[in-house]
Design a protein around this ligand. Structure first.
Ligand code: GLN
Length: 492
């Protein structure tokens, strides 16, 4: 069978349960595609064929014995930020080049328990800091839609692998847009859940009050299947919330677009740097939702200008603290022949961290230092609360809020944006993390260079079902999510 990679998750699940094909055949199919095509995309940091085939055999046995779950035997890729027992976890950093975790992240444990087959670990910006995946120490990943462009970041490997059909779906993490922006750049659907919905245990920490894991896939339906597996309370993560988990698949049709009130923030559509094609495609998608019965309501989000500065104080502050554990002593890269302990710390960290990570550690340490703590860190926390209140006020009048996921489509590899230019590209995604809200990206067309454009829908707390449901219905009335990059059309 040459077209297994064209099937949706539901079709894969049906095919496996009806024994139209085995998990072994399916897994081999994906491994062959990776072997043939990933030299062009460079989405995988580590491919684990032996383990994948062993898991596929076990899945086939479970399917035969009648004790399979809905997803038993379907392959996936994990962002290289999820700890995987016995398999290298680098977080895209040289400092973790030799790191093999003694345990699985809860998300990985859950995908294994559901019978999913791990194909390998995919590339990302170093410690998830970035928007292009170029800061990874293993090098850049390509956007399947245009190989000389970036897939976005930080979950760029996840996005590229799925968009090139080198994995049916993948996990990502989103601290300030890292699921939504690469999903947007690669024409995928990606969900950033409410803070606390998915366990952070075993995810290499970037900014702990913002980090959240979620699914990246072709469609809202595919995302819903993965959400059903990874969502839920975890005693090992004190910030994960004890709240019943929805059946996201069963709920795909529960929210009616008819009568839905979609907030359009005035401030969002006049942002300097918002690309004309992006604006046009997003507006067309909103028009479509209007035709489907939604009402568009203009709203104010007055704190928009504060998003980038607030995030770029809080995230680096937390990062500087989280990354202090990489000291060359306990694990990770250690410099050669240290003269003394201080030299060991300094050189191990200087050699192990790339320039963007070092920049963030410096900014964060500065913002947290005694003389500046109140002026920067405490102030940023206060503004963070105002940003959250802005959203809560908006949700009194609307059900969801619409925005682009990013002001532009994918950049060229090596475009070498200055840090400030790069940070400004995060304008539409950061506030969601600062407020802890869920949000989804859906592909809504292409720009003049045939690069994908994404629509972002932001929901109130715990509205994952609603967001997936709205996008699912949009996708039943449109076909943007079915478009495939040329490389995905190639057979292995
Ligand atoms: N681009 C943002 C940053 O560099 C967001 C990254 C993320 O969500 N992990 O911090």
């Amino acid at each position: 069978m040459t077209d297994l990679h064209r099937l949706s998750i539901r079709e894969l699940a049906e095919g496996l349960s009806q024994a139209k094909f085995s998990s072994r055949e399916l897994t081999e199919h994906y491994l062959q595609r990776i072997a043939k095509l990933d030299s062009q995309v460079k989405s995988y940091v580590t491919v684990t064929p032996e383990q994948a085939l062993a898991e596929a055999n076990a899945a086939d046995a479970a399917l035969k014995a009648g004790n399979a779950t809905a997803l038993t035997g379907i392959p996936l890729a994990h962002k290289d930020i999820f700890c995987t027992k016995g398999i290298k976890t680098t977080a895209g950093s040289k400092i973790l080049d030799n790191f093999i975790s003694p345990y699985d992240a809860t998300v990985v444990e859950k995908t294994k328990a559901a019978g999913l087959v791990t194909l390998g670990k995919v590339n990302m910006d170093e410690f998830a800091m970035g928007s292009t995946s170029e800061s990874s120490y293993v090098g850049a990943t390509s956007n399947p839609w245009a190989l000389d462009h970036v897939p976005g970041g930080s979950s760029g490997g996840s996005a590229a692998a799925v968009a090139a059909d080198l994995a049916p779906f993948a996990t990502g993490t989103d601290t300030g847009g890292s699921i939504r922006q690469p999903a947007s750049f690669c024409g995928l659907t990606g969900l950033k859940p409410t803070y606390g919905r998915v366990s952070r245990f075993g995810i290499i920490a970037y900014a702990s009050s913002l980090d959240q894991a979620g699914p990246m896939a072709r469609s809202a339906e595919d995302c819903a299947y993965l959400m059903n597996v990874i969502a839920g309370h975890d005693a090992k993560d004190s910030t994960s919330v004890k709240k019943e988990v929805d059946d996201y698949v069963a709920n795909l049709s529960t929210t009616s677009v008819k009568g839905l009130r979609i907030g359009i923030p005035k401030q969002y559509f006049n942002v300097v740097g918002l690309d004309a094609d992006v604006k046009a495609r997003v507006e067309e998608s909103l028009k479509k939702l209007e035709e489907m019965g939604a009402t568009l309501v203009e709203i104010d989000l007055n704190m928009t200008e504060a998003y980038v500065p607030t995030y770029y104080l809080i995230a680096p502050a937390e990062a500087s603290s989280n990354l202090s554990r990489y000291d060359g002593v306990r694990y990770g890269h250690r410099c050669e022949n240290p003269a003394d302990l201080m030299d060991l710390y300094k050189r191990s960290r200087s050699e192990g961290f790339g320039p963007e990570v070092q920049r963030r550690i410096l900014i964060g340490t500065y913002a947290l230092s005694a003389g500046y703590y109140d002026a920067y860190y405490v102030k940023a926390q206060k503004v963070r609360r105002l940003i959250q209140q802005d959203f809560l006020k908006a949700f009194e009048n609307v059900d969801v809020i619409a925005a682009p996921s990013a002001p532009t489509t994918a950049y060229k590899i090596g475009a070498n944006l200055s840090p400030t230019e790069m940070y400004l590209g995060d304008i539409y995604t950061l506030a969601v993390n600062l407020a802890g809200l869920p949000a989804i990206n859906a592909p809504v067309g292409f720009d003049k260079d045939s690069l994908p454009v994404g629509l972002q829908l932001i929901g109130n707390y715990w509205s994952e079902s609603q967001l997936l449901s709205i996008v699912h219905q949009y996708q039943q009335n449109t076909d943007w999510h079915t478009k495939r990059a040329a490389i995905a059309e190639e057979n292995a």
